[in-house]
Design a binder for this molecule. Structure first.
Ligand SMILES: Nc1ncnc2c1ncn2[C@@H]1O[C@H](COP(=O)(O)OP(=O)(O)OP(=O)(O)O)[C@@H](O)[C@H]1O
Length: 983
């Protein structure tokens, strides 16, 4: 690329003709854009300087046009234009005297001319000077005068004629030379003008080129900008490509690594599969073993339970422990003596002494002397906890005189807990032991029976003395009793148990008696409900543990209570008496156990019977003063102990079983009903499918029939058209023939329209007057019977063709078929040919059936235009085979309309032709002859069925009714093309 030119001075014409310099941008090192300086633009220059210079630019030629100088110098200087100093002053710095531009070397010429004018005039000749050889200066523009030439000479002094002549010759020669020079100057001026023009043109082209160059430069600039953007984009792409390549390499490496790992894992997988199969087999073996062990364990557990229960049974399902409290400090202080002897207590025997003599000995399952602590007492009680968790109902109650330690035994104290707490502790301990095999749920209710009323001690408003809602006992299952509304506190640990026990104890009704300062005035009952599920075999149990602290069984007389206390005592004794009765009944195996005699026995019903285990603590006092009460209690306890409850029965949770059984039965029933429903639905679906199939088949048949009928209709239309054309042609021929023969012979055949009209019935009827009358006889529709020599009948005898439809509407017409009628209708066809061989069924289309049996005998060209037949049954039957089926589309109004239109147009054409031929009927009508019918004018509209007729004369104007009837007939016909008249 060309280096950028140094910026020329403003006065220089610095346009370079070389290709434009390209601007070299720093951003595109590989691209050199031509540098364009707008100040260099010729336009710019021109616009910038021209207004300053005005129209005249002072220029001077330098180094040129000096012939001698040119000749002298071997290398002549190139003529150049320099600006004058005046211009330079005018434009100061912008135009320096050194500013010049070179002109091309002038053509060789004899002299050099300094040209200062451009307009060709010689007005500025003063500013110009021309140097010639040997002449210093010659003023151009005007011819030098002789006086001026001779002015230096003293003309008056001229003495010498020769000199004068010489000078004159010189003058002439000079003048001649001057003239020649002038001519040369003129030529030079012309050349100069030419050159100036050329310069101007060159200048113009130069400007154009400069403009083009500028455009190109701008275009190149924009391209350079775009290329620069592309280069940047390319660099970005390159960088991203580099990144991607780097990532790809990393991913390839990772892929290789992963492939290696995958291969390693694959190998591992095979090993693991082997291991897995080995482990599976081992697990299966272990499972089998486990199952075996489980079965064994279940069997063992069952056996243990049975054995354990047997042990308890052997011990007695109703067991009696006797506990005697120690003498309290008051008794000791009073010097009370012990009346109970515990020497044989280990064997469960005790003796009651009176005055030092053994009065009676009692034997119980256990006898606890006053020194026996709570833990020892509970040792023999603990097995009942296991029984409860095994699913047996257990009832532990304390019976005895007031103040003998019933509450102490059952509840104990905070420091020395009683049976209630301990047995629950044992219960939870066993639950924890069995937690892997069983899942238990324990809940506790606390209630009291006070004055034969059940009170919930855990419910709201259970504070002592507060009114509580009354609870009743309900039997919810076989041998299962429940107190609806009773609070059941779910407990999962002993802290919760203790809280519940404390709550119940605090809410219990207590009172002060002579025997006990804080005597319990009610039966306090703790009901522990246990639900368990065997996790191995899914067996569920539901059992109850009753912990009952009975009210004191003291005698009323002894306690000396009155009022409310007396009532309490009476209720207590009544319930204890009921308890005794129940136990007696159980002992005697009475068929009726009076459980419902008291609330107490009613509540304990399911735990006092033969299906449960019962433990009775009989509490006695060692005090001699309580001897009678002690003996009573011991005797009662002895009776209780004598009761044989029989084998205890496990309380399986049959309610769950029953519920599941009910659910199973319900599900079975639902399944059955669903099956029935499904069957019904299937049947319905099948029925629907069959119906759909039938419908499809029917539709298909109908579509086939429609197609068939459509094709038939097309054929019919074609035939009808042919038939009509044939008839018309035939009639024309016949008419011509008749007209010819009319003049020659007798009338042989009536013209078409004047021939009698009739029905086939009349034709075939031999008795018909028409058949008898040869003149009126109707020719059968056979070609051989057709005789053109039919005698011409007078017009009066002509009858109109009897439309069967009209016949149908008017039965009287049948009886007078050939009577002249005044309907004004006529046929365009001969009667004989129009009579159908076979009656067609009523239909809207007048197109004949080509397949009609009788008509089949006829050639096609003689097929009649079937009239609308009467709708009689015989006809219908006869033509059943040839008629359209019931589903025929001919019944469609649309089809009728279309066929009617076509036929109407056909018939209209035929009528027009007929009218043109001037049939005899028409001629008669024209002559005004009444042919036995009304003079009618028939006009057929654009549609045949819209045709109407107008009575011209002699017509009976039908009344409104008649008009209506007539229009109805017209409607029924649908088309009155049969009616003919004057057009
Ligand atoms: N075995 C015993 N060891 C120590 N003290 C006992 C024993 N039995 C009972 N007592 C004490 O005897 C008192 C009366 O006992 P407790 O209240 O339990 O009798 P009770 O039969 O429940 O009376 P009530 O029928 O009136 O409620 C209590 O102070 C109790 O501490």
């Amino acid at each position: 690329m060309a280096d950028p030119q140094p910026h020329p001075g403003p006065s220089e014409l610095a346009f370079s003709l070389t290709p434009p310099d390209l601007v070299v941008t720093e951003e595109s090192p590989d691209l050199h854009v031509p540098q364009m300086r707008y100040a260099d633009s010729p336009d710019f220059f021109e616009s910038k300087w021209h207004h300053k210079l005005g129209t005249s630019v002072e220029l001077s030629l330098e180094n040129g046009i000096d012939e001698p100088e040119i000749i002298r110098n071997a290398h002549p200087k190139t003529p150049s234009v320099k600006f004058s100093s005046a211009m330079c002053q005018t434009f100061e710095e912008e135009l320096s005297p050194q500013a010049s531009f070179e002109l091309p070397p002038p053509p060789e010429m004899e002299g050099a001319i300094n040209v200062g004018c451009a307009d060709g005039g010689c007005g500025n000749e003063d500013a110009l000077s021309t140097d010639f050889n040997g002449v210093d200066s010659v003023k151009l523009g005007r011819e030098p005068q002789m006086e001026e030439i001779l002015s230096p000479l003293d003309i008056g002094d001229l003495a010498v004629e020769g000199d004068y002549q010489k000078l004159l010759g010189d003058y002439n020669s000079l003048k001649k030379e001057s003239m020649e020079m002038r001519i040369v100057l003129e030529e030079l001026r012309r050349d100069n003008q030419t050159k100036s023009r050329e310069c101007q043109e060159a200048w113009k082209s130069l400007k154009e080129l400069q403009n083009e160059l500028m455009r190109k430069s701008m275009h190149v600039g924009s391209l350079a900008f775009a290329i620069e953007g592309q280069v940047k984009e390319k660099s970005r792409w390159f960088s991203s490509l580099r990144d991607l390549t780097r990532k790809l390499k990393i991913m390839k490496l990772e892929h290789i690594k992963l492939s290696e790992e995958a291969a390693a894992y694959k190998n591992c997988l095979a090993d693991m599969k082997e291991m897995s199969s080995t482990i599976d087999s081992a697990v299966n073996q272990q499972m089998e073993l486990n199952e075996h062990l489980k079965a064994k364990f279940v069997e063992g557990a069952k056996e243990r339970k049975e054995l354990y229960n047997k042990v308890l049974e052997l011990k007695g399902n109703i067991r009696v422990f006797c506990r005697c409290r120690p003498l309290n400090t008051e008794e000791i202080a009073a010097g009370a003596s012990m009346v109970v002897d515990f020497e044989s207590a280990r064997d469960g025997e005790l003796s009651v002494k009176s005055n030092g003599v053994v009065k009676k000995t009692f034997k119980y399952d256990a006898v606890f002397c006053p020194q026996t602590d709570q833990a020892d007492v509970f040792k023999d009680t603990a097995p009942f906890a296991t029984s409860v968790l095994d699913g047996y109902n257990v009832c532990i109650f304390a019976y005895g005189q007031t103040g003998t330690g019933k509450t102490f035994t059952m509840e104990g104290t905070t420091e020395d807990r009683g049976v209630n707490f301990r047995i629950l502790e044992e219960l939870f301990h066993t639950v924890r032991e069995r937690q892997k095999l069983y899942r238990y749920s324990v809940s506790v209710s606390v209630l009291e029976v006070y004055n034969e009323q059940i009170r919930d001690l855990l419910g709201s408003g259970t504070q002592a003395g507060a009114a509580a809602k009354r609870l009743e006992i309900r039997q919810v299952g076989e041998g299962i009793h429940h107190v609806p509304g009773l609070v059941e506190a779910h407990v999962s640990n002993m802290n919760e148990v203790w809280e519940v026990l404390q709550t119940g104890s605090n809410a219990r009704a207590v009172g002060s008696t002579n025997a006990n300062e804080h005597s319990s005035r009610s039966h306090c009952i703790h009901c522990v409900m246990v639900k368990g599920e065997n996790l191995l075999n899914g067996e569920c149990i539901r059992s109850k543990l009753w912990l009952v602290d009975l009210a004191g069984s003291e005698r009323v007389a002894k306690t000396e209570v009155q009022g409310e206390r007396l009532k309490e005592t009476q209720n207590i004794n009544r319930s204890l008496s009921a308890l005794g009765d129940v136990i007696s009944a159980l002992a005697t195996k009475s068929p009726h156990i009076p459980f419902r005699n008291s609330k107490l026995t009613h509540l304990l019903q399911d735990s006092l019977g033969g299906d449960s285990k019962t433990l009775m603590f009989v509490q006695i006092s060692p005090n001699e003063s309580d001897l009678g009460e002690t003996l009573c209690s011991l005797n009662f306890a002895s009776r209780v102990r004598g009761v044989e409850l029989g084998p205890a029965k496990r309380q399986l949770d049959t309610s769950e079983y029953l519920r599941y059984r009910q659910l199973a039965e319900k599900a079975k029933l639902e399944l059955k009903s669903k099956d029935v429903q499904i069957k019904k639905l299937e049947e319905t679906v099948q029925g629907q499918e069959l119906k759909i199939k039938e419908r499809d088949l029917r539709n298909k048949n109908l579509q086939d029939k429609v197609k068939e009928l459509e094709s038939q209709l097309l054929v019919e239309r074609k035939l009808a058209r042919q038939h009509v054309d044939t008839k018309i042609a035939e009639q024309q021929q016949q008419q011509i023939k008749y007209q010819q023969e009319e003049h020659i012979k007798a009338p042989i055949r009536p013209p078409l329209c004047s021939r009698p009209l009739g029905s086939l019935k009349n034709v075939n009827d031999p008795t018909s007057a028409l058949t008898k009358d040869p003149a009126n006889s109707i020719q059968p529709i056979v070609e051989k019977n057709y005789k053109p020599q039919v005698p011409f009948q007078p017009m009066e005898e002509f009858v109109k063709y009897i439309d069967p439809t009209e016949k149908e509407n008017n039965p009287d017409m049948v009886e007078q078929p050939f009577l002249p009628r005044r309907t004004g209708r006529a046929s365009i066809c001969p009667m004989a040919r129009r009579t159908p061989a076979a009656p067609a069924p009523r239909r809207n289309s007048l197109i004949p059936f080509p397949s009609t049996p009788n008509t089949a005998q006829l050639p096609l060209q003689f097929l009649p235009l079937a009239p609308v037949p009467a709708d009689n049954k015989d006809d219908a039957d006869d033509s059943e085979a040839n008629c359209l089926p019931k589903e025929t589309s001919c019944d469609s109004p649309k089809v009728n309309r279309i066929s009617g239109r076509k036929l109407s147009s056909i018939m209209r054409r035929s009528l027009q032709k007929k009218i043109q031929t001037k049939s005899p009927l028409q001629q008669h009508m024209k002559r005004g002859v009444n042919v036995g019918m009304e003079k009618v004018r028939v006009s057929i509209g654009s549609r045949g069925r819209l045709a109407h007729r107008v009575l011209l004369s002699n017509g009976r104007r039908p009344g409104p009714k008649g008009m209506q009837k007539q229009s109805q007939r017209e409607k029924e016909r649908g088309w009155n093309v049969g009616t003919v008249g004057r057009g």
